[in-house]
Design a protein around this ligand. Structure first.
Ligand SMILES: [Cu+2]
Length: 163
């Protein structure tokens, strides 16, 4: 019975994930599966996630992100004295040559701060990513449910975490 149930849950999770859109390309970079988490009413912050793949032979760097509904920073999660904390990635997020970097819950994320409106499930938000080499890339982030683990359908390590 347990097995049956979890199969149903997985099927549901897959069924509700957005269709995988074509990757956005910018120079050597490929941006895949952007998504954001819905925020409760009155929340000041939200988070966005995506995968950035570098097909080139030279490292690139995500140096900034802007949006018209919030101030945006690139954050990393760190464990300090047994407590998960987040802080801005100093000097931008490196995307090594021939590697991909995934921003996901409990890891790197885009932090939308001073939200001017809540992030509503089913809507899409836009942000512009600036890379040192690839330049500016406009990305649409579909907003998924508050507790959503994202298009991959798994995180596990999120218990009790808000971001
Ligand atoms: Cu953060």
């Amino acid at each position: 019975m347990k097995i049956l149930l979890s199969t149903v849950v997985v099927a549901l999770a897959l069924g509700f994930a957005p269709a995988r859109a074509d990757a956005i390309k910018a120079g050597d970079l490929k941006i895949e599966t952007p998504w954001a988490r819905a925020t409760p009413k009155g929340a000041q912050v939200g988070a966005g996630y995506l995968t950035i793949e570098n097909d080139g032979a030279t490292a690139d760097r995500l140096t900034g992100v802007s949006a018209d509904f919030a101030e945006v920073q690139v954050h990393e999660m760190t464990m300090s004295h047994g407590v998960m904390q987040m802080r801005e990635v100093a000097g931008g997020l490196e995307i090594p040559a021939h590697k991909s970097v995934t921003l996901k819950p409990s890891g790197y994320h885009l932090m939308f701060m001073k939200l001017q409106h809540p992030l509503v499930k089913g809507q899409t938000i836009k942000a512009t990513l600036t890379f040192a080499r690839a330049g500016q890339v406009s990305v649409d982030f579909p907003v998924m449910a508050v507790g959503s683990p994202g298009p991959g359908g798994r995180t596990g390590a999120m218990k009790g975490m808000k971001m």
